[in-house]
Design a protein around this ligand. Structure first.
Ligand SMILES: *Cc1c(COP(=O)(O)O)cnc(C)c1O
Length: 401
């Protein structure tokens, strides 16, 4: 699953180019530098994803923040996000003074279009589907909803680099998209992120915002103007060098994942009680996780504890004591534990969140196991893993009946 598993000569070559160039900064120093790795990676992103513009950032979280800022999201604006995501989603929204409004997921493990319809109100500024665990949301229905209500759609594609929907790449379908290249993602820079869009106006805002609001019109850093305030969310040449090597391997990564995924799926689908995540476009999967369901939550818990006994990573976001991904475990959010002072509208919204329930999502998440698909497995290891899963499920089913 993560790019760090396949790492070596290509990354070293690009890093060496940067060291020889001597310039670690992505902008400026035109007369002395010999490499432009960030610019090259941005071009590679546009080519791979078939979009017009890409702006690298220091992380996926800062990519989301930059994209939201470029859309004009701020004080009191509401952004609809799924209850199953990564904490960065609400961190970016809150950081801008805006309010995360949480909506249920469905068996795609991403935003339910019906739940989004219900969550839309007069203050809704943006819908932010999150393409979790390697596969995409129902982006066509979500786009229809966004356009019917004149709301922007920002794709959080951090976990789904290389996935697609009917031929269009994740991140490029909504108005703007964000990626993460942190250490655990499909391709990695160590730390890094990107915004992609087909809108020149949005791109120019993002490019400036991520560099202290610095004007990037014309050559490189342009006229040295600050048309608006920004922040430093820049990537360095060293990180971009790693990412440039990684992006060139994406087709290979996906092919390996697909092979391992298919082996797992074939073997565990022999158990009739197992069902699989619904994929809006099965051909557009990036195969980083195989997500599957058992008919009941208690049975799922049994399978998880059996797998834990055998030291076989279980991958459930509900029963696990993992407070990164599912609302069920976000006590720090529900109890407004913030170092910086939240605004009154945010305080009020988070107070309400304490009472809110998400039964539909609980029913799905408590029965779901997401098995990460490593790049490094041999075929034999994939088969072995599948058999471990299969026998844990069978044992749990016997005890259960
Ligand atoms: C990883 C991730 C992010 C944040 O990316 P970082 O680069 O770690 O800041 C945002 N959203 C989702 C869904 C992610 O998985």
């Amino acid at each position: 699953m993560p790019g760090y598993e396949l790492f070596g000569d290509e990354e070293r070559k690009h890093i060496n180019d940067v060291i020889e160039s001597g310039i670690l900064m992505r902008y400026g120093f035109e007369n002395v530098r010999k490499a432009w790795k960030a610019k090259e990676m941005e071009q590679a992103l546009c080519q791979t994803l078939q979009c017009n513009y890409a702006q690298l950032t220091s992380s996926g979280t800062t990519a989301l923040t930059t994209a939201l800022a470029a859309l004009g999201v701020g004080y009191g604006d509401e952004v609809i996000v799924p209850v199953f995501t990564f904490v960065a989603s609400f961190e970016a929204i809150l950081g801008l003074g805006a309010i995360p409004v949480f909506a249920d997921i469905d068996e795609t493990l991403t935003l339910s279009p019906q739940a989004v319809e219900k969550a839309i109100g007069p203050k809704t500024k943006c819908i932010m589907p999150v393409h979790m665990c390697g596969s995409m949301a129902q982006i066509d229905s979500l786009l229809q909803i966004a356009s019917a209500h004149s709301i922007d759609l920002l794709e959080d594609a951090c976990q789904s680099f290389g996935a697609s929907f009917k031929g269009k790449k994740a991140g490029t379908i909504g108005k703007i998209g964000a990626f993460s290249f942190d250490f655990a993602k499909t391709i990695t820079c160590g730390e890094g992120g990107a915004i992609v869009t087909n809108s020149q106006a949005l791109y120019e805002k993002c490019a400036a915002f991520a560099d202290h609001g610095h004007d990037h019109l014309g050559a490189d850093r342009g006229a040295d103007n600050h048309p608006f305030m920004g922040a430093n969310f820049r990537i360095s040449e060293l990180q971009a060098a790693i990412g440039l090597a990684q992006i060139q391997k994406i087709e290979n990564f996906i092919a390996i994942q697909k092979k391992n995924y298919s082996i797992l799926q074939e073997i565990i689908s022999e158990i009739p009680q197992v069902s699989f995540r619904k994929l809006p476009d099965p051909d557009g999967n990036s195969y980083t996780f195989l997500s599957w369901f058992l008919p009941e939550a208690s049975l799922t818990q049994k399978v998880i504890s059996l797998l834990k006994e055998e030291n076989a990573l279980a991958g459930n976001f509900y029963w696990y004591n993992n407070n990164w991904h599912y609302i069920h475990h976000w006590q720090h959010l529900k109890h407004t534990q913030s170092l910086y002072r939240l605004n009154p509208l945010q305080e009020e919204a988070l107070q309400k969140l304490k009472e809110q329930t998400f039964t539909n999502s609980d029913t799905i998440m408590s029965r779901c196991i997401s098995t990460a698909i490593p790049l490094s497995w041999t075929e034999q290891q994939a088969v072995q893993k599948a058999q471990t899963l299969k026998s844990a499920i069978q044992k749990a089913l016997q005890k259960h009946s």
